[in-house]
Design a protein around this ligand. Structure first.
Ligand SMILES: [Cu+2]
Length: 170
């Protein structure tokens, strides 16, 4: 390969890099209620316009006893499920989690793209950029924690994960 072409390619790769770079800066909403701390909560529609949505956040337990996230509700959704991603035959699929997710004492629970998340089903109207989604989290010990989660479609990255949500007709 001619040197000139090679350096042109390298320049192209450099130019393209920012488009791939993941912006991990916390832009979502934060909240503190009792021992529960919520950080960087945001929502997005895996398939914009479809009646499904996902909500992600970091949940801290500042208390000295373990807790569990056992469910969530929203007036915008027919139902909210706690989901996880699991690999089956080399394909990532989503599964509803039975019994909720553990929130260790002094620890945290991460709901993140490609991992555990809240799945909104039967969403009306569909999540739209700039909207906020009311969510009430239900903890085994801490009880209800309500928050308003902003929709941030700019954080919809990764085709594989979008494909993982194809099974949700709503
Ligand atoms: Cu899901």
């Amino acid at each position: 390969m001619p040197v000139l072409l090679r350096s042109a390619l390298a320049a192209l790769l450099l130019l393209a890099a920012p488009a791939w770079a993941h912006d991990d800066a916390a832009k979502g909403v934060s909240l503190q209620q009792g021992d529960i701390g919520i950080h960087d909560a945001y929502a997005l529609s895996p398939r914009p316009g479809a009646p499904t949505g996902s909500v992600f956040m970091m949940i801290h337990n500042h208390g000295s006893t373990p807790d569990r996230l056992v469910g969530a509700t929203s007036p915008l959704a027919e139902r909210v499920e706690i989901h996880t991603h699991m690999e089956e035959d080399g394909v990532m699929r989503m599964r509803a989690v039975e019994g909720g997710l553990e929130l260790p004492a002094g620890g945290m629970l991460l709901l993140a793209r490609g991992g555990e998340h809240l799945m909104f089903l039967g969403v009306t109207p569909p999540f739209a950029e700039g909207a906020t989604v009311p969510v009430t989290l239900l903890f085994e010990k801490a009880g209800e924690v309500a928050l308003e989660v902003p929709v941030d479609q700019s954080r919809l990255t990764g085709d594989a994960e979008a494909a993982g949500h194809e099974g949700h007709g709503g």
